[in-house]
Design a protein around this ligand. Structure first.
Ligand code: SF4
Length: 367
């Protein structure tokens, strides 16, 4: 887009956007502070999650961990437990690890230098830029998902934003457009524009402060941008979960040590993922429980399947209700028996909460 070579037009774009933000910017809890800890917390939560979902978690986190030191000294399990339902749990593990690293290496404060921020777990170039711009008033650009979409449309960029050349071009433009001395306001303004006006579907171009210059709008095809790499269908995997219930109603959970995806969280015992959609044979499940856990259970009953979509695959879980009959878990095998309906403290991923919900629904259902 040639016009961006003209500094006067770049200034005009920034001014229009900032004026729009002053009138229409959203009142969000993390916008009432310049505390780097709070800004960092919000930015991590906002990676991959919208503001509506983040707001209550943000408040709960601050109530429980009002300072970076409180977060660093908390057990990881308490952090994961509070994160439950927000998804992408790697963010919570990174948050905790970064807090500990900052206590150790930076006297319990967020570093105000770009390269030092980038060395902390969970902080990439855009998050580092946002923290430095918003909390420290430094001139840094951001390029989160919302901003990528806005800029790709402004330019009618014919490359996917996540391609090497697409990313390079978008960062160039993000830096060019960020006004000196106002990077913090500008970062929040463009994030807001992406979330509230330049939405993925049905962008509201008539009210957009950039509509006059926007190439995608000029072509009459804003939704055609950003262009995407041809979408590959996600593989569909299957698994069974053994919901082993003792006579007192407690349910067996194991810690997840294998999958980075859900590490630190607890889950019912379950089979490996397979590509075959054939539901499991109850007798095979019974034998599996005996071999894997040394527990004797009645012939399992298959409950309604649970479906979940991860970033790279879709998963269908067949929950198998297994009533315990005899046997004890080895003391050397980490495990816990929880109340599947009332337990609030064990960190459990959304997928397995859905599985446990089935037990709860079953117990509430009229007989
Ligand atoms: S004019 Fe439309 S497509 Fe272009 S930046 Fe504004 S909202 Fe997005």
């Amino acid at each position: 887009m040639e016009a961006l070579n003209d500094p006067a037009i770049r200034t005009l774009l920034a001014q229009r956007l900032l004026a729009h933000y002053q009138h229409h910017g959203r009142d969000l809890p993390w916008r009432h502070t310049h505390d780097p800890y709070r800004i960092w917390l919000a930015e991590i939560m906002l990676q991959q999650t919208g503001v509506k979902s983040v707001a209550p978690y943000y408040q709960r986190f601050l109530n429980r961990f009002p300072t970076l030191a409180d977060l660093a000294k908390a057990p990881l399990e308490a952090v994961l437990s509070l994160w439950q339902g927000l998804g992408y749990y790697r963010r919570a593990r990174h948050l905790h690890a970064a807090a500990q690293q900052m206590m150790h290496d930076h006297q319990g404060t967020l570093p105000d230098q770009y390269d030092r921020l980038l060395r902390l777990p969970g902080i990439g170039p855009s998050t580092a830029g946002a923290i430095l711009a918003i909390a420290f008033g430094q001139d840094h650009a951001i390029l989160d998902g919302n901003v990528q979409r806005v800029l790709a449309r402004l330019l009618a960029l014919e490359m996917p934003p996540d391609s090497t050349s697409g990313k390079k071009r978008l960062w160039e433009v993000a830096r060019l457009l960020t006004p000196t001395g106002q990077a913090g306001f500008y970062a929040q303004a463009i994030m807001d524009l992406g979330a509230a006006v330049c939405r993925p579907r049905q962008p509201d171009c008539p009210v957009c402060p950039w509509s006059f210059w926007c190439q995608a709008n000029a072509f009459g095809r804003p939704e055609a941008y950003p262009v995407t790499k041809s979408r590959v269908a996600k593989p569909h995997k299957y698994q069974f979960n053994a919901l082993i219930i003792r006579p007192d109603g407690t349910l067996l959970l194991l810690p997840n040590d294998h999958s980075e995806l859900l590490s630190g969280l607890w889950h019912p015992p379950g089979s490996e993922f397979v590509l075959s959609p054939t539901p499991p044979d109850p007798e095979v499940v019974r034998q599996w429980v005996m071999q894997e856990l040394d527990l004797n259970v009645a012939l399992p009953v298959m409950l309604a399947p649970v479906h979940h979509i991860f970033t790279h695959f879709r998963l269908t879980v067949h929950p198998m209700l297994c009533l315990w009959q005899s046997g004890e878990m080895a003391a050397t095998t980490p495990h816990r028996w929880i109340d599947p309906i009332n337990d609030q403290t064990t960190p459990i991923a959304t997928l397995h909460r859905k599985v446990l919900q089935i037990i709860s629904n079953r117990q509430k259902a009229p007989s």
